[in-house]
Design a protein around this ligand. Sequence first.
Ligand code: BMA
Length: 849
Amino acid sequence: MRKHLFYIISLVVQLAVAQNQTIELQANWKFRQTETKQFYPAVVPGTVHTDLLKNKLIKDPFFADNEKSVQWVENENWEYVGTFNCDKATLQNKHIELNFEGLDTYAKVYLNEQQILDCNNMFRTWNVEVKKQLKPGVNTLRIVFESAVKKGKSLAAQLPYTLPGDEKVFTRKAQYQYGWDWGPRLVTCGIYKRINLICWNDLKLESVHHIIKTLNDSIAEIKFITEIQSDKDSVYTIGINSFHSLKTLPKLHPTQNTSIRLHKGLNIDTFDYVIKNPRLWYTNGLGGADMYWVNFNLINKKETTLLKHLNIGLRKLELVKEKDFFGESFYFKLNGQPLFIKGANYIPQDNFVSRVGDDHYNKLIQMTRESHMNMLRVWGGGIYEDDKFYHLCDENGILVWQDFMFACAMYPGDSAFVENVKQEVIQQVQRLQNHPSIALWCGNNESDEGWHNWGWQKQYHYSKQDSSKIWNDYKKVFHEVIPNTINILFPPLEGVEGGNYHSSSPSIGWGRKESLLQGDSHYWGVWWGMEPFDIYEKKVGRFMSEYGFQGMPDLNTLKAVCDSNELHLNSTSVKAHQKHPTGYQTIQTYLERDYIVPTDFRKYNYASQLLQRDGMKIAIEAHRRAKPYCMGTLYWQLNDCWPVTSWSAIDYNNKPKALYYETKKVYNNIIISVHPERNQYDIFIVSDKLKEEKAILEINLKNMKREILFHKRDSIIVKANSSQIYFTIFQNEIEKYDQNSIYLSCQLKDRSGAVIANTNYCFVKPKDLQLLNPEIKTKYSKENQSLLISSKVFVKDLYLYSDNPLIEFDDNFIDLEANTIKEIKLKSGFKYYKDIKHISLYDINNKPR
Ligand code: BMA
C-alpha cells in the first residue's frame, strides 16, 4: 500500500512538470583567486577551502596544525565561473528564475556578464528573474566573492567604538567560522548550497505555511496561508488532500477543493482544512511522531497538478512562563501535558557545511533518538540547518530550539544591517515554521548575558553614549525587529499562553542568583568557574539550557589527524586540537580531583571521557530529580565540527564518547538516581512517563565479589511524570564496611523481572576504589554479532576499543557485576571482532602507567 501511495505522488509530480519546474543547475564550474590567471576545477555546492584542498593547493586544515597555514585564504577574493546549457524548450517558459539556496557571503553574481545580484547574507536565499539574460546554448554564470574578513573590518572601522565580536558581527555569516572554543578559524566562502533553475508559466506557489486553529481528539482545524505568484488575472481551483503517515497503511483524507481568484502578481490566500479524528504528534519516548503529508493541487478538468507537498504534525506546544513562588517558570506543554525536556546543544557538523550529507544527518539524528533526547538546541553561532535536519527531527519526535544566528557578541543596528536581518528572519521562519519540531525561536546566544556580565564596557572603554547606543541597537534587533516580524508572520494563537519567542539564552547570566529562579540558565560554574561537579546538585535552575565539560574524542578520530609520534599531550597536533585557552589544564585539574591520572595516552583519553561522563551524569540527575521545579536539561554539546577535544558527546566522526553511552541511560524515561544527603543516601525514581507503572525496586549493597551486604526489595508504584524518593539508606549502614570496596546496586524491574532502570553508586572517588583484578573473559557470538563478557569480580567502567574504526558497539564504558554475563552487540564491524581490546578502571588504579 505504501508503494501504491508513492505511485500516486510521483504521478502527480510528473504532471506538475508541465506547469512548474525546479531543476538543480548542472554547470561546469571552475574557480580562481581574483587577479590571478589560473583557473582550477570546482565543486558546487562547496566552499573555496574544499576546492583548494581537492586541487592540492592547501593542506588539509584539520590535520596537525595545518589550520595556521591556510589563514591567508580568508583575506583573498575568489571567483567562480560556471557554464551551462539552456535549450529552446526551457526558454519558452514565460518565467525563468535562478534560485540561489545559499551563497557565502559577499557575492556579486553575473549572468552572461550582466550583473543580476549583489548578496550579503549567507542565511538568505536569492531569486532572480533571468529570462532576459538567458540565451539558447551556452550561458555563463560568474560569482565573485569578496573577502568577508576585509569587508567586516572596513565596516567595523566606520563605527566610533569596537563591538565585542570584532569584524565578524558585521557580516551575516556563520559566526563559528571565525574560530570558537571548540572550532578552528576557517573563514570560508563559496556557493555552499544548490543553485536551481525555476521555470513557470501561469502560476507559482511560492510558499505555504499553516496555523493549527483547533486541535483535540476529534478534530484538527488548520488554516493554510499561501503565497502564489500569478502571471494573469484568473480563477483556479485548489484541492488540498492529506495522508496520515502510518507506517503500514497511509490513510487518505478526502480532498477539499476551494475556488480562488488570482490577480496578476503576488496573491496571499488562506484555506481552511479539517482533519477528523487526528492523530497527534508526540515527542520521542512519549508515543508516535505522527505526521500528515499534505498536497496542494491545482485542479482543472483535464489534470491535477501538484503545486506543493508538505509534511505537517498536529500538536499544540506552549512555552509556559508563569510567575510563581520562586520566580518564573520556563517549561513546555505538549498537547496539554507538561513535558520534561532532555537534549543537547547542536553545532554545525563540519566547518565546511557543504560536506555534510544525508548520511551524516541520518546517523546523528538516529543517535539523538536512541539516546532518548526530545530536543536539540540549534545554537546561534552556527547555521540555520538544512531542511533534511528538520525533517528528521519531525519524524523522530525531536523538538528544535532554534536560535537566530547571533552569538556571544553585540551587533550593529544601522538600517541596512537591520533590514538584512529582517529579510533573513522572514525567510527562515517561513521555511521552518511548518515543522512540528520547531518549538522555540530564540534571538541569540549569550549576547544579553555578555553585555550584562562579561565586562565589555570596561574592556572596550565605552563612554555612556557608546553603551546606550550599543544596547539600543541590541534592543532594536532582539526586542523589536525579530519578535515583531515573527508576530506578523504567525500571530500568537488564542488559548495558547506565551509566545514562542525568547530574546536571548540564557535569560540571566550564571553569576546571578536570579538565574536559577526564572527563565533558562547556562550554568558554567563547572568548567569556566572550576567548581567541583557536586555543585551541579545545588545549581539547578528552571530550565538548564547549557552546562558542560570537555572530554577527548575517540582515539581513532584523533589518530586520523595526527602523525603517530604526535600522540601525546604535549605534541603540536594534540594541542592544536584543543581550542579552549586552558582546556587541557582544566581537564587535568578535574582529573586529579577524582582519578589517578594516567600518563599513557590511551588511558588518559579513556579517563578524560569518564570524567566528562561523571560530571554530566551528576548534572542531569540533579536536573531530573528537581522536576517540576526544573523542566529541562540541554547539555553543551551534542557534536563537533572537526576532530577536537571538546564538550561533545559524539565526536566529528560520529564516534560516541563515554558521555553518549551514559546519555542513553540517564535520559531514559525512568531512571534511578542516588542522592547523597548528610547522613543518608536517598534513592529517587524519576519518571517522564504519562502513566504510572507497577515495579519492583531492589537495593543491594555489594562488595567487589558481589556478596550481598544489605538487601531491600519493594513493590512500588512509579507515579506518572514525577520525581520522588522511594527509599533511603543511612550512612551507619554503609560505615559497617570498607567504603572503598563496596557499591550500591539499585534496580527497578517490571513484573516479568526485566530491568527498567538500574544504577551503581560508589561511595568514594574513582581513584580511591579498591578494585580487584578483573580477568575478563570474552566470548563472541556470531549469531547475535555480539560479545559475551564476564568476570569473577566487579569491573568498573569497562571500555572496549579497537584500532579499527569500523567497529561500533551498542554499549560501552560499562560496569560489569561479578559472575554475570553482559552482552554487547556490535553495530558494525563484527568480522573484525578479534581486534577488540579492553581496559577498565582497574588498569588505571592499579597500573597507572
Ligand atoms: C557556551 C556556548 C559557546 C561555548 C561554550 C563552551 O556558553 O554558548 O559559546 O562554546 O559555552 O565554552
